[in-house]
Design a protein around this ligand. Structure first.
Ligand code: BEZ
Ligand code: FE
Length: 284
């Protein structure tokens, strides 16, 4: 340890032990980074300018720090240390920067409207919310959000009504939910801020594989934020946000039989979600 690092660490002595622990670890890792990288003065200032610019890009509807964290795999790393559970649980994955409150909707409701619905492939999404042992969870809420076929959420796009491609649903007595929407498309994350600057600098594409976002809540269970991804998407192996997990990949099956109140060809996605009880303890 250098005398400078020892001196910095020795002066971390605030009232909250966890803050002291976190700041000490951060300082140790940052000093190790400087030792390894030996940044020039200009490079260090460029790094700080990057952070300043990241803050400048943020608005009440856009959090560029989340995007940068996602693009570095850091959000997924934090998710991994916090969301272990029993076998069979549905894994969580990153929330991303575009969650906002969704309108409550009845079972089977459409969540896509206007040109989005006219342009898209009609799709029925259904499944159950269950305990990890398969017990159905009645009264669970599912908060869903999805981008349109050009990759924009309602909050990013003045041409969409607020609430388009979003919905809040409640499971029935058998834990079932269903809704109608358009088939999700793969799309690029926003590249006009520092998230994009970073991706270009390190030679990564900005694409996310086609997905729907879920936030699921049920009394007595750990809230689950996750995605369902569509099988066959070309970006499953290189998601810009590192959010794909095998258990979250689902087929979207072409159907032409007019069930589910559909009056023409459509696709069907079936996705069950298994929640972890709040009192679950890792015995291993
Ligand atoms: C999203 O899917 O909404 C998203 C996730 C991570 C970064 C950017 C966008
Ligand atoms: Fe998304």
């Amino acid at each position: 340890m250098t005398p400078l690092l020892r001196q910095v660490l020795s002066q971390i002595d605030g009232p909250d032990p966890r803050v002291n622990e976190v700041v000490s670890a951060l300082v140790r890792h940052l000093h190790a980074f400087v030792e390894e990288v030996r940044p020039t003065d200009e490079e260090w200032i460029a790094g700080l300018d990057f952070l300043i610019e990241t803050g400048r890009v943020c608005t009440p509807h856009r959090n560029e720090f989340i995007l940068v964290s996602d693009m570095l795999g850091l959000t997924s790393a934090v998710d991994e240390v916090n969301n272990s559970g029993p076998e069979g649980m549905t894994p969580s994955s990153v929330e991303g920067p575009f969650h906002s409150p969704a309108p409550a909707r009845e079972p089977g409701a459409w969540i896509s409207f206007g040109p989005e619905r006219e342009r898209g492939v009609p799709t029925v999404v259904h499944g159950r919310v269950l305990d990890c042992d398969g017990t159905p969870l009645a009264g669970a809420t599912l908060d869903l959000w999805q981008a349109n076929d050009t990759g924009l959420y309602d909050s990013q796009d003045d041409t969409q009504e607020i609430g388009n491609l979003r919905g809040l649903f409640t499971t029935d007595a058998e834990g079932r939910y269903w809704f109608r929407t358009i088939r999700p498309s793969s799309y690029p994350v926003p590249t006009d801020g520092t998230g994009g600057t970073l991706l270009r600098a390190i030679g990564r594409h900005p694409m996310r594989p086609a997905h729907l976002h879920y936030r699921v809540a049920a009394a007595g269970y750990r809230p689950l934020t996750t995605h369902v991804f569509l099988a066959g998407d070309p970006f499953l192996g290189s998601d810009a946000a590192y959010a794909v997990k095998e258990e979250l990949i689902c087929e979207s099956r072409p159907r032409g039989d007019g069930e589910w109140g559909m009056d023409g060809p459509y696709e069907e996605i079936e996705f069950d979600l298994k929640l972890v009880p709040l009192d679950w303890k890792d015995e291993g």
